[in-house]
Design a protein around this ligand. Structure first.
Ligand code: NAD
Length: 484
């Protein structure tokens, strides 16, 4: 670990030196680096897909949708929009400040630490990297130890495409993360669990380092079957896609559990079963389309959740597991107890609890009884329910009549609130995430107001009072001696 500490210190001082040199401030440099990321992904499509298959059993089509394609789009958008994003924003100052002028410029924080996650090890590394470079920072990326092939690819390939004095990659687990966190960074961007998020924030507090924490949580999905019955087939497909179609439910924005009225539960289960079969065939384990569980630890965690006798009794579909293949069958639970672990911990796997309610309006109470989720999904056309969801609950995002697509849409900010995270990124929001918005005020020496300075008197107090109210008419009267 002594050697690792030295490596980190050396890397950090080189990154700081590069930042101080001013090289990363040039928009041309930023675009060239982001262009190199794009080229790296394009050139290595097969290698990346192969690494993702090795690490997670991820199908190459799924990998392209959730990782490569996403990164390519992100890079293209950043290159195309960077000039516009980086332009100083003129501020319209109140007349009171005339003839001063104001603007806001985005300045890079400096040297940024990005700690990424294993479930989307390519996109969750490269997407923040694109944002950090777009904003003009130097970056140290620590990829996850739980996706060793993807991490090895990044560590080996990034230095061959990017400016190695400005962008560095370190592989490693908690011990390496601990060393990294002992150093001072200008910004920390972390993707992972709320538990480790707390450790990151505590370490950042030492140096008052700004943090972005992209965390997880349980994303509830409301199905108001009364208003969407005509489209129920699409709804069921979207739920199944949102549970099993992206890294086997090991995604922070996966459908975690479903809320429905009691009378609709059995129809939903009857529709979900054939949908699962149509996605993954009779034997999902051999389909090649269902990612596997990332590690033995996560496999055992899922088995523990399922092995609670009360939860086991609620299995209405699936439930089989294979430790050797790290496989958990797509599983549906009907009304597992609300106080069970599976209903209080983020599932992060292919198990779907269906919770039944007397009235779908009661879903609001269930959601409010839990920590603020990263996403709420609601299939409903009921305006009253939609309004209640928006005004009575808090979450990173709300998506009506769909699941997970909000993540793909870089025109919207992506991030959590409360237990599901701090800060947001994607598209322009990524540029802002890695920039400090610096206020610039250009004062004028053309005139000076005595009311600003001591000695104080009633005239000055009145002047200040009216100035705060921007009551220019009365200010003029006061100055002309026509008002006291
Ligand atoms: P985790 O928090 O256990 O691990 C994340 C990273 O933290 C790892 O790379 C690890 O090296 C590091 N780490 C572990 N112990 C540490 C310590 N003591 N000190 C410092 N760093 C340490 O997360 P996980 O279980 O691997 O991933 C799943 C979680 O990540 C879920 O909660 C999921 O919702 C969340 N997640 C969120 C997003 C998002 O975009 N919001 C995306 C993916 C995953």
């Amino acid at each position: 670990m002594e050697a690792m500490n030295e490596t980190v210190e050396q890397s950090l001082s080189e990154l700081r030196e590069t930042f101080s040199s001013g090289r990363t401030r040039s928009l041309k440099w930023r675009k060239t680096q982001i262009g190199a990321i794009l080229e790296m992904v394009r050139d290595n499509e097969d290698k990346i897909c192969n690494a993702l298959f090795q690490d997670l059993g991820k199908h190459s089509t799924e990998a392209f949708r959730d990782e490569l394609g996403l990164v390519m789009r992100s890079a293209t958008v950043a290159i195309d929009c960077l000039d516009k994003w980086a332009v100083p924003k003129k501020s319209n100052l109140p007349l009171l400040f005339y003839p001063a002028k104001g603007k806001v410029i985005s300045e890079p924080y400096g040297t940024v630490l990005v700690l990424s996650s294993w479930n989307f090890p390519i996109s969750l590394s490269l997407d923040p990297l694109i944002g950090a470079i777009a904003a003009g920072n130097t970056v140290l990326l620590k990829s996850s130890e739980l996706s060793p092939n993807a991490s090895a690819f990044l560590a080996k390939t990034i230095p061959t495409y990017l400016d190695t004095k400005a962008i560095k990659v370190i592989e490693g687990g908690p011990d390496v993360a601990t060393i990294l966190l002992q150093h001072q960074w200008d910004k920390i961007f972390f993707t992972g669990s709320p538990r480790i998020g707390r450790i990151i924030m505590a370490a950042a507090a030492e140096h008052l380092t700004p943090v972005t924490l992209e965390l997880g949580g349980k994303c509830p999905t409301i199905i108001d079957h009364h208003t969407i019955s005509k489209d129920i087939r699409s709804v069921v497909k979207r739920i199944a896609g949102g549970k099993w179609g992206s890294c086997s439910g090991q995604a922070c924005i996966s459908v975690d559990y479903v809320l429905v009225e009691r009378s609709f539960a059995s129809s939903l289960i009857d529709m979900l079963k054939p949908t699962i079969k149509s996605f993954f065939g009779e034997n999902p384990k051999e389909s090649g389309c269902l990612s596997r569980i990332a590690t033995k630890h996560h496999f055992q965690r899922l088995c523990r959740l399922l092995n609670d006798p009360r939860v086991k009794a609620s299995i209405v579909y699936g439930g089989s597991t294979d430790e050797e293949k790290l496989y958990v069958e797509p599983t549906i639970l009907l009304d597992p107890p609300l106080d069970s672990e599976i209903m209080n911990e983020e599932i992060f796997g292919p198990i779907l609890p269906i919770i039944t309610l007397r009235d779908i309006q009661d879903s609001i109470g269930i959601i409010k009884s839990k920590p603020k989720p990263l996403a709420i999904y609601a299939f409903t056309k009921d305006e009253n329910l939609r309004t209640r969801i928006l005004s009575e609950t808090s979450s990173g995002s709300v998506t009506f009549n769909d699941v997970m697509i909000q993540y793909m849409c870089d025109a919207l900010p992506f991030g959590g609130v409360g237990e599901s995270g701090i800060g947001r990124y994607h598209g322009k929001y990524s540029f802002d995430c890695f920039s400090h918005e610096k206020a610039i005020m250009e004062g004028s020496l053309a005139m000076d107001l005595e009311a600003r300075y001591p000695p104080w008197n009633n005239f000055k107090l009145n002047f200040i009072r009216l100035a705060f109210r921007e009551d220019y008419f009365k200010l003029i009267l006061l100055m002309l001696g026509l008002k006291r």
